[in-house]
Design a protein around this ligand. Structure first.
Ligand SMILES: [Zn+2]
Length: 258
């Protein structure tokens, strides 16, 4: 998907929603006139930032981004774009309606034909997990003490996971620029092996290794466990390992990686 199409949006009718600071990062949030669901997007953005900051505090402060411009557009794809300006690299995070709020069919949904059809990724798995969790919660005993995350609807859980995925691209670029930009070349024929890709999600199959990194990143933040082969490939491609997941520690008590 082209970066030009996203940047075109900035030349249209846009308005500034707010400017705020989050742990040393200045966020400038702007939106186009047709975006309706900006409050939901704002909620997802705040949750995703706090999850990523919680799980990777060092990698987050290593970002040293002066400003992150977040653009809420109706029809743009969700995508991070880097723009080279005379003052240095500027980072834009575009968040579009379709990718954030569309539900992609699972195998089971195919039978009942609900949802749209797109490649299912880790963010759809987060939707499924949250849906199952809410359905089962009613059966649990009353001494259960909920986390903030437990109150989210599956739709907002997925929207949040989409932002976590995009923040994963930003952290990846910051951690290993060489791998990231090499993989990002349109001509780059590199793809992750089908066997590894299948273990993560269908969005990764046949896709650029940067998508593999962002998907595994999202899974790790949400506490998913992956095989040694996946973690090895993730680190080889320049992915950063979280120190915590959103519910607890990832490293075991001996300080070893899984
Ligand atoms: Zn991506």
């Amino acid at each position: 998907m082209s970066k030009e199409k996203n940047f075109k949006l900035l030349q249209g009718e846009i308005s500034e929603l707010q400017e705020e600071s989050f742990n040393g990062l200045t966020l400038k949030v702007i939106r186009d006139s047709s975006t309706q669901r900006y409050n939901e997007k704002l909620g997802a953005l705040h949750r995703a930032l706090s999850y990523v900051h919680h799980c990777l505090p060092d990698a987050f402060s290593d970002l040293r981004l002066p400003i992150l411009t977040v653009v809420f557009g109706e029809k743009v794809p969700c995508q991070v774009c880097w723009d080279n300006t005379p003052h240095g690299k500027e980072v834009y995070l575009f968040l579009g309606d379709k990718m954030m709020f569309q539900y992609n069919k699972s195998l089971q949904d195919e039978l009942f034909s609900s949802g749209e059809k797109g490649p299912r990724g880790v963010c759809d798995q987060i939707y499924d997990d949250q849906k199952r969790f809410i359905e089962n919660r009613a059966l649990w005993c009353c001494c259960y003490s909920p986390h903030e995350q437990d109150y989210q609807s599956p739709v907002s859980a997925k929207a949040t996971a989409i932002v976590v995925h995009e923040l994963g691209h930003i952290l990846h670029e910051n951690n290993d620029k060489e791998s990231f930009w090499q993989n990002n070349k349109i001509a780059s024929p590199k793809v992750i092996s089908a066997d590894l890709a299948r273990q993560v999600g269908s969005y990764v199959i046949g896709n650029n290794p940067n998508e593999f990194v962002a998907e595994v990143f999202t899974g790790l933040v949400y506490g998913k466990r992956y095989s040694e082969g996946i973690i090895k490939e993730y680190e080889k491609e320049g992915g950063v390992l979280p120190v915590w997941d959103i519910r607890g520690i990832i490293l075991n008590e001996r300080g070893e990686k899984r």
